[in-house]
Design a binder for this molecule. Structure first.
Ligand code: PLI
Length: 469
């Protein structure tokens, strides 16, 4: 076991620290309260519509917001910008095959490009796609391909207070029930995500993945993985699951992926780049279908929408992001913020997940009904207080049921405080926690929002709101 793991246990009071030091900085500052009020009103109280210059600490997302290393930047200078057959593609292909273990690699501009390809390649109209909780873009691509998403995550995942250590697990009985109801021939694959973003960054256990694969094999159903935050999932397996404490994140990742038939990836998260994605599959026929489509929607199959330099940074980021000390410090920083909030009894999803703190807006604002958007309200109030930007993950993100046109009312009404990788320090976390405490102290006098503009798809990105008072 490496030193960084044992130090804390041996000396009790010894802290962990990030496995890097800062070489270049980007200045940030907080604009005045008056300016924040103006900016929030102009953005329709939707944090996606703020200008980033008006934001102080940006916890909107961990997507594409990582700091790249000196090695990645050096890699950017090695871009082979040939239209076809760039050497950077072969480096990328090699990195994915080495660390994830899949055979056929198709680059895409980002994760949703890969979701589009896999959904169009293997979903036929009328199919059902069971998954461990929906993700916004993933479900939409499944629906646009003619499929219906069915939630098969364990019930504990829908309870923000349940202490289950693997709240991302699939309830395999729910998959069996679906097979009985609609027939295995109408289920092309199970959509398995590790960790589960909308559940609070919660992991899937190795045992669950193994059992799911065994059952799906018996029914001729594939298992495809959303690998976006699988490094963090592997960390939780190492920490919590028997038999994995002495295995590296890289070893755990390879075993986990071996229980799946392929994966799509938003490389903008775990893989430590600002843009990029990929699809990886073992089935040669599925690969051929995806390659046929990638040239229509993304670019040639050896760049898929990325520049050569971006593929090089990605190949390097794949190897850097999977290092044990990196993943451990990343998750521990998230936990540090979580502990500050718990010490003040601020209601958050527990156990704390891998990439973000999720504040439980239903308990934070019990007097604001879900159709007055409590988690959107919280994101707006936090921005007004300190210029800290967070994101709604509740009724706005859930969208409307395409059949009834009604709001979907998810059990989880959350505001996400997402921590970019290698970007902020513990002092930034202190500032965020203190601002949230100030908003919490004002909670009883806070009113909700009304939606005044709603786009047709993925409304959380562009919807506009007005203050109810
Ligand atoms: O943003 P993309 O297109 O690179 O990836 C889409 C995507 C797929 N799966 C999962 C689990 C995601 O979290 C994801 C994107 N997430 C974003 C943008 C986020 O802020 O969480």
């Amino acid at each position: 076991m490496s030193d960084f793991k044992t130090m804390g246990q041996q000396f009790g009071r010894r802290s962990w620290a990030e496995p890097w030091k800062i070489k270049m900085v980007e200045p940030i500052h907080m604009i005045t309260r008056e300016a924040r009020e103006k900016a929030a009103a102009e953005a329709g109280y939707n944090t996606f519509l703020l200008r980033s210059e008006d934001v102080y600490i940006d916890l909107l997302t961990d997507s594409g917001t990582s700091a790249m290393s000196d090695r990645q930047w050096a890699g950017m200078m090695m871009g082979d910008e040939a239209y076809a057959g760039s050497r950077n593609f072969y480096n990328l292909e090699n990195a994915i095959q080495t660390y994830y273990g899949y055979k056929h690699i198709i680059p895409t501009h980002q994760g949703r490009g890969a979701e589009h390809l896999i959904s169009q390649a293997i979903i036929k109209k009328g199919d059902y796609i069971p998954g461990n909780m929906y993700f916004t873009t993933t479900r939409l691509h499944q629906e646009l391909a003619g499929g219906t998403f069915v939630d098969v995550i364990i019930d504990e995942a829908h309870d923000p207070t349940d202490p289950h250590l693997f709240k991302g697990n699939v309830d395999i009985d729910k998959v069996k029930d679906l097979v009985k109801k609609v027939g295995a021939e109408n289920i092309p694959y199970v959509s398995l995500a590790g960790t589960v973003n909308m559940a609070g960054g919660q992991p899937v256990s190795m045992q669950n993945a193994r059992e799911l694969k065994a059952y799906c094999d018996s029914q001729g159903i594939a298992v495809y993985l959303d690998a976006t935050r699988m490094y963090e999932n592997a960390f939780f397996i190492q920490e919590r699951e028997e038999g994995y404490a002495d295995k590296s994140i890289a070893e755990i990742l390879l075993e986990f992926c071996s229980y799946t038939d392929g994966a799509w990836m938003s490389a903008k998260k775990d893989n430590l780049v600002n843009i990029g994605g990929w699809l990886a599959v073992n089935d040669a026929k599925v690969a051929e279908q995806a390659r046929t489509m990638v040239v229509v929607y993304e670019g040639l199959h050896t760049y898929g929408g990325m520049a050569g330099r971006d593929m090089e940074a990605l190949a390097i980021g794949i190897a850097e992001g999977v290092q044990d000390d990196h993943v451990a410090s990343r998750v521990r920083q998230v936990r540090y913020l979580g502990k500050l909030l718990l010490d003040w009894n601020i209601p958050i999803v527990q156990p704390v997940g891998g990439h973000a703190i999720f504040v439980d807006a239903k308990r934070f604002y019990p007097h604001i009904p879900q159709d007055q958007f409590p988690s959107q309200t919280l994101a707006a109030q936090l921005y007004l207080d300190s210029g800290v930007r967070t994101m709604e993950r509740g009724v706005v993100s859930a969208g409307r049921n395409p059949e009834t046109g009604e709001h979907r009312y998810p059990a989880l009404e959350l505001t996400r405080f997402t921590i970019p990788r290698r970007v902020y320090t513990q002092a930034h976390m202190d500032v965020v926690a203190e601002s949230l405490k100030a908003v919490y102290d004002q909670r009883e006098s806070t009113k909700g929002l009304k939606m005044v503009y709603e786009p047709e798809y993925l409304r959380f990105f562009q919807a506009r709101f007005a203050l109810l008072d």
